[in-house]
Design a binder for this molecule. Structure first.
Ligand SMILES: [Zn+2]
Length: 469
C-alpha cells in the first residue's frame, strides 16, 4: 500500500503542520504502508486562504493517476473545506478504490462502503456554520419533501381509495377493504410465477371487478399493477422512488418477488412483442437493424422468389437470407453453450444466482433504511441540504447498482440446463421448440444486421454483428 500524507494548516486546527506530518508518518509506519509522499499547504506564518491550497491540486492529480492507494489526513477537515470539493474527492476515491486514513479518528475509511462514505461526506460539510439563509432553504426543502410524499394526482391505484382530510384538505390514500386483498392475491400469484393469463382467467371467473373498468382482466393490467411501487408505499419521482405517506398493501419482499418474475428476460421479451407461440422464425423481432435500430421481421415469401428473407421493419435498410442467418446464429449459440468456460460459468452463476439475489435485496433494503435515517436527520435540521442531496444521489445510485446486480443474476435462469458438451447441446437444440430456441438466443446474444449498402455478394457473416450478453 502506497500512502500519501496531506497536511494542512486550517482555521481552528490545533495541530501544526509539522505535528500533523509527524503523527501521520508514524501512523503510516505502524500500518506497514509504504510512504509515497508528503504534501502540505499553509504554515503558521501564512494563513491566507488562496495560498493555503497551492499543493492540493497536485494531490488530486496523483490521486486521479492512481499513484497511491491511501490518502492519509490528520483529520477529515470538517468546516474548512467546501462541500463540493470534499464530495468530489470522495467520489474519486470511491471510483478508484483509494482509501482515506484519518489519523485523528484512528480509522481507515473505505468510501466504496456506503457507511464510510456517508460518514466522511457528512463530516466535510459545514454543519455548524450554515447560515440562517441556508437554514430557511432547508426548511422549505423539507416542507417540499413532505408535500412530495403525498399520493400522486389522479385516481387512486386499484386497491386504494382516496379521502380528503376534513381539517386541512390533505389527500389521503387508504387501502380499500374490497380491492386491497385482490392486489395482494395477484402479487402472491405472480411471485410464484403463475402465468398471467391463468390469473386473469381466474379473476374473471370469480367476477372480480377489473382494475381499470375494462370488461375482463388483461395481462398488461396485471403487469402494470405488479410493477407499481405505490403498493409498497413508494412513489416515482424524477427517475427515482421516494417514500409515500400512505400505508403499503404488500411487503417489499412480495413486491420484489413479483417484479423479478416479470423481469425475467424470456417473459419480458414475450410481453414486449406478443403472445407466446406467435413466432415461427428464430430471429424475427429479436435481432435489430444495425442501421436504424429497428426490429427485424421475417418477410413473407414473395412469389417467384425462392429465398426466405429477414428485413428491417422500419426503413427496409437491409434484407438478408434467413436460412443462412439462422444457421450462422445457431452455430454461434451452440458453440457458445458447449464451450467449457461458459459451461462452467453459467452453471456456477445459476447456483450462485439465488445467493446473489438475496444479498442484493438485503443490500437494497439496508440502503433504503439508511436513506430514511438520513431523511429524518435532514428533517430535524441535523444534516444540511447539500449533504443530503449528495447522500441521496449516492445512495440512489447504490440502490440502482444493487438492483442491476440482482436482475443480472436472475438472467442465467433462462439458460439453466442448456450448457454442456456439444453433442448434448445439439440434441437439446434439435428437440427444443422455436420458443425455447428464441429464449436461448435472446439470453445469450444480441444480434444486429447491417445493410449491404447496395453491394452484391457480401456474405451473411459480414453483415451480422453479434454481441455476447
Ligand atoms: Zn433499419
Amino acid at each position: 500500500m502506497r500512502a500519501l500524507i496531506y497536511a494542512r494548516q486550517s482555521v481552528g486546527n490545533e495541530k501544526s503542520i509539522d505535528d500533523q506530518v509527524e503523527e501521520c508518518t508514524v501512523d503510516v509506519r505502524e500500518q506497514g504502508w509504504e510512504l509515497f509522499g508528503v504534501r502540505h499547504d499553509g504554515s503558521s506564518a501564512s494563513r491566507l486562504a488562496r495560498k493555503a491550497r497551492a499543493n492540493w491540486p497536485g494531490v488530486l492529480k496523483a490521486l486521479e493517476a492512481r499513484e497511491f492507494d491511501v490518502l492519509v489526513l490528520w483529520e477529515s477537515s470538517r468546516g474548512d473545506r467546501d462541500a463540493e470539493t470534499w464530495l468530489g474527492l470522495l467520489r474519486v476515491c470511491r471510483n478508484l478504490g483509494v482509501l482515506i486514513r484519518v489519523v485523528k479518528d484512528e480509522y481507515t475509511y473505505d468510501v466504496r462502503l456506503g457507511r464510510d462514505w456517508e460518514f466522511l461526506a457528512s463530516q466535510g460539510v459545514k454543519n455548524a456554520m450554515y447560515s440562517e439563509e441556508t437554514r430557511d432553504r432547508a426548511l422549505k426543502g423539507i416542507r417540499g419533501a413532505v408535500r412530495r410524499g403525498h399520493p400522486p394526482m389522479g385516481p387512486a391505484p386499484y386497491g386504494y381509495r382516496r379521502e380528503y382530510d376534513r381539517d386541512n384538505g390533505a389527500v389521503l390514500q387508504l387501502p380499500d377493504d374490497a380491492t386491497a386483498p385482490v392486489v395482494r392475491e395477484i402479487f402472491e400469484r405472480v411471485g410464484k410465477a403463475e402465468p398471467l393469463v391463468a390469473i386473469c382467467r381466474d379473476l374473471d371467473a370469480r367476477g372480480i371487478p377489473t382494475a381499470n373498468g375494462a370488461k375482463a382482466w388483461r395481462t398488461f393490467a396485471v403487469r402494470k399493477m405488479c410493477t407499481n411501487p405505490a403498493y409498497v408505499a413508494r412513489r416515482r419521482h424524477k427517475g427515482t422512488e421516494e417514500p409515500g405517506n400512505w400505508e403499503p398493501i404488500i411487503e417489499e419482499r412480495l413486491y420484489q418477488d413479483a417484479r423479478r418474475v416479470l423481469m425475467e428476460p424470456a417473459r419480458l421479451a414475450r410481453h414486449t412483442h406478443a403472445r407466446p407461440g406467435r413466432y415461427v422464425h428464430l430471429l424475427s423481432f429479436l435481432a435489430t437493424c444495425g442501421e436504424c435500430g429497428g426490429r427485424i421481421y421475417a418477410q413473407k415469401r414473395i412469389e417467384g422468389k425462392q429465398e426466405r428473407r429477414y428485413g428491417c421493419v422500419l426503413k427496409a435498410c437491409f434484407f438478408v437470407n434467413q436460412d443462412e442467418a439462422d444457421a450462422l446464429i445457431v452455430d454461434l449459440v451452440i458453440g457458445r453453450l458447449s464451450s467449457p468456460d461458459i459451461y462452467a460459468r453459467l452453471r456456477r452463476s445459476g447456483e450462485d444466482a439465488s445467493g446473489v439475489i438475496r444479498a442484493a435485496e438485503n443490500e437494497i433494503a439496508e440502503l433504503r433504511g439508511r436513506l430514511e435515517t438520513w431523511r429524518a436527520s435532514a428533517a430535524k435540521g441535523q444534516t444540511t441540504p447539500e449533504t443530503m442531496a449528495a447522500i441521496e444521489t449516492q445512495i440512489n445510485a447504490d440502490i440502482l447498482a444493487a438492483e442491476k446486480r440482482r436482475d443480472a443474476a436472475a438472467l442465467p435462469e433462462a439458460l439453466a440446463g442448456w450448457p454442456g458438451p456439444i453433442a448434448d447441446v445439439k440434441a437439446r437444440w434439435a428437440d427444443a421448440t422455436i420458443q425455447a430456441r428464441r429464449t436461448v438466443v435472446r439470453s445469450l446474444v444480441k444480434v444486429e444486421f447491417l445493410s449491404a449498402k447496395r453491394q452484391k455478394g457480401i456474405p451473411v457473416h459480414d453483415r451480422i454483428r453479434v454481441e455476447w450478453i
